[in-house]
Design a binder for this molecule. Structure first.
Ligand code: GRF
Length: 221
């Protein structure tokens, strides 16, 4: 089933591009209905326009005066996503913490890509954190978004070595290559309805097995 995606991005948008490329080459059965950013100048919006995808800047400033600015902003974001018929939301370099106001609208339908092997190195500058920690292996994680930052159940992880002469840039580039493969793959599983959640554990049902015989406590997403 083709899944209707909304992409939230604050910057470069290379993960968004990987999604578009995977759709074009037939490995991801999805359509990007809208790209939305909290930054007017985000290159991700330029990329969206280049692909004739509605690309929308939602300015956080007008919400600053509301009693709960972050929630109010997310209500507005949810409205834009709904207006465009979005079924699942991808945080692809989105530099805002999403609140329950958005999470409630898309239960088990928001995924994030993070450049570390979670639960190691959540938050900002994950690649720098890995280097400074002296980790020998790092990578990326695609996970469901829950209220805790970078805490939601992991769908897929890819690892890369941390080399002795790595800089933040060289490690980030090595991880990014893996991000560009892992994210479309996770989204394809979502599109196929193959993700099964059991507490924190997410497994991938065999292709074609839509009538899962999984135990009752599990949740077919
Ligand atoms: C990626 O490293 C992603 O894991 C992190 O932010 C970066 C976004 O890169 N959340 P891009 O905008 O997709 O190129």
């Amino acid at each position: 089933m083709t899944v209707a995606l909304g992409v939230l991005a604050s910057g470069r948008g290379s993960n968004f591009q990987a999604i578009v490329d995977a759709i074009h080459n037939g490995t991801l059965d999805a359509v990007v209905k809208v790209v939305l950013s909290n930054k007017a100048s985000a290159p991700a919006l330029e990329r969206g326009r280049a692909h004739q995808i509605p690309s929308i800047f939602v300015d956080p400033k007008p919400f600053a005066e509301s009693p709960n600015p972050r929630e109010a902003y997310d209500v507005a974001v949810g409205q834009v996503l709904n207006e465009h018929g979005v079924e699942a939301v991808v945080l692809a370099g989105y530099m805002r913490i999403v609140t329950p106001a958005l999470i409630r609208q898309f239960p088990w339908k928001i995924v994030n890509i993070h450049p570390s092997l979670l639960p190691s190195f959540p938050g900002l500058h994950a690649q720098r954190q890995a280097l400074e920690w002296g980790a020998k292996v790092s990578g990326c994680s695609v996970h469901f978004v829950t209220e805790g930052v970078d805490e939601g159940p992991v769908i897929i992880q890819r690892s890369v070595p941390v080399l002795e002469d790595d800089t933040e840039e060289s490690l980030s580039a090595r991880i990014l290559e893996q991000e560009h493969e892992a994210l479309p793959r996770a989204l394809q599983w979502l599109a196929e309805g193959r993700l099964v959640q059991d507490g924190r554990r997410v497994t991938v049902a065999p292709a074609g097995d839509l009538e899962s015989k999984a135990p009752e406590r599990t949740n077919r997403l």
